[in-house]
Design a protein around this ligand. Structure first.
Ligand code: HEM
Length: 375
């Protein structure tokens, strides 16, 4: 069935076919859920985890260093706690002005090709790359390398590991090694420095440090890029909503939440039963279609309608749920708000001026190209 989940332009007709089979169904030896309630329950249930009971992990054939996203408690708890302070709501709020500056400068006419530009490559992608690089303490001179790497990793979700990826991976690990050595010698006010200090206190190993940095890098921009792209496209495709937002920029956070519900950048996740749970046997995987759970008619009236005024209750599952709930959610929300507000303020006449190109990914939903004109 997953070969069929390639409706990049609109995966929902396929999701609805799955939904019609029931809230939790076994298809071809795999469990699948499209139900918000079932998804939320599985994500919060400690009888489900990230690994098979023999300790192996279903993803990525050993390319990326292991990170806490792939771990179960107690290691997950220990490592997540070490990364948490950098993403506290207070820290993120202090950071807002810097993000606003980056957004504004990207929209300066001299940076957006005399009015015609690609909203993905010229705005949606550079913003989160600049933000996560800054937060981690990656110098500007290295940022392009990280950006290429992130794009390759995102692609590998669907293509598997390629030689090109291995090469990029080696380069990024070497780059992080260099930055870690620099911060050991001269600590700064950044995430690498604080994790290096924790390593010195033996709160995490060198390998875990590397895994955490790579996770923050990868999780930090390939997702946010698509929040910005999917939201901007939804607004331009729904002129009344776009007009409403331009008149009421205080709705920025509602635009973010409705985009996350309606077109979540991460469409799919999964959990593995650590013991028999009802009909699900030990080591069986439950595939959770976030994109479908977020349009579950049981919880959202008119679920296919993009409506920024909708009451978001219960919360969508774009950031998952339970112990792996996205650590960067506050940061991503803030980046989305800043990006949408900047577009509305600086480019009220923004319009699409060419066909969009979808990313060829099942897991990550978003655009590769979105040609626009500022007037
Ligand atoms: C709109 C943007 C984002 C979306 C849609 C998103 C989505 C997600 C999802 C769905 C998960 C959990 C996966 C699962 O449960 O299987 C997750 C985990 C995570 N995200 Fe995000 N994310 C976004 C932005 C960010 C940012 C900006 C950062 C920070 C740099 C970040 C860091 C993380 C980390 C560290 C985890 C692992 C948490 C854990 O395992 O405890 N994310 N994210």
């Amino acid at each position: 069935m997953f070969e069929e989940l390639t409706g990049h332009e609109d995966p929902h007709p396929i999701y609805e076919q799955v939904r019609a089979l029931g809230p939790l169904v076994e298809v071809g030896g795999q469990w699948v859920t499209t139900s918000h309630a079932v998804s939320n329950k599985v994500l919060r249930d400690r009888r489900f985890g990230m690994r098979f009971t023999d300790g192996t992990y279903p993803g990525f054939a050993g390319l990326l260093p292991q990170s806490f996203l792939e771990l179960d408690p107690p290691d997950h708890t220990r490592l997540r706690r070490l990364a948490m302070p950098a993403f506290s709501p207070k820290k993120i709020d202090e950071y807002r002005t810097r993000v606003e500056k980056v957004a504004e400068s990207l929209l300066d006419p001299e940076n957006s090709n005399a009015g015609e530009f690609d909203l993905m490559t010229d705005f949606a992608a550079p913003l989160p790359i600049a933000v996560i690089s800054d937060l981690l303490g990656v110098p500007d001179s290295d940022t392009a390398e990280f950006a290429d790497y992130g794009a390759l990793v995102a692609r590998s979700f669907d293509t598997g590991v390629t030689g090109e990826m291995r090469h990029a991976n080696d380069k990024v690990l070497a780059l992080f090694e260099r930055l870690i050595a620099e911060r050991r010698a001269r600590p700064g006010d950044d995430v690498i420095s604080s994790l290096v200090a924790a390593e010195a206190e033996r709160k995490l190993t060198a390998q875990e440090l590397m895994g955490t940095l790579v996770l923050l890098l990868v999780a930090g921009f390939e997702t946010t890029v698509n929040l910005i792209g999917n939201g901007a496209r939804a607004l331009l495709d729904h002129p009344a909503q776009w007009a409403l937002f331009k008149a009421h920029p205080e709705l920025a956070s509602d635009v973010v939440e409705e985009t996350l519900r309606w077109a979540p950048p991460v469409q799919l996740t999964g959990r593995i039963a650590q013991e028999q749970v009802d009909d699900i046997r030990t080591d069986e995987m439950v595939n959770i279609i976030i994109g479908a759970a977020n349009r579950d008619p049981e919880v959202y009236p008119e679920p296919h309608r993009f409506d920024v005024m909708r009451v978001q209750k219960p919360e969508h599952l774009a950031f998952s749920s339970g112990i792996h709930y996205c650590l960067g959610a506050t940061l991503a929300r803030m980046e989305g708000e800043v990006a949408f507000r900047a577009l509305a303020r600086r480019m009220p006449e923004l319009r699409q001026n060419g066909p969009v190109i979808f990313r060829s990914s099942v897991t990550i939903r978003g655009l590769a190209s979105f040609p626009v004109s500022r007037s």
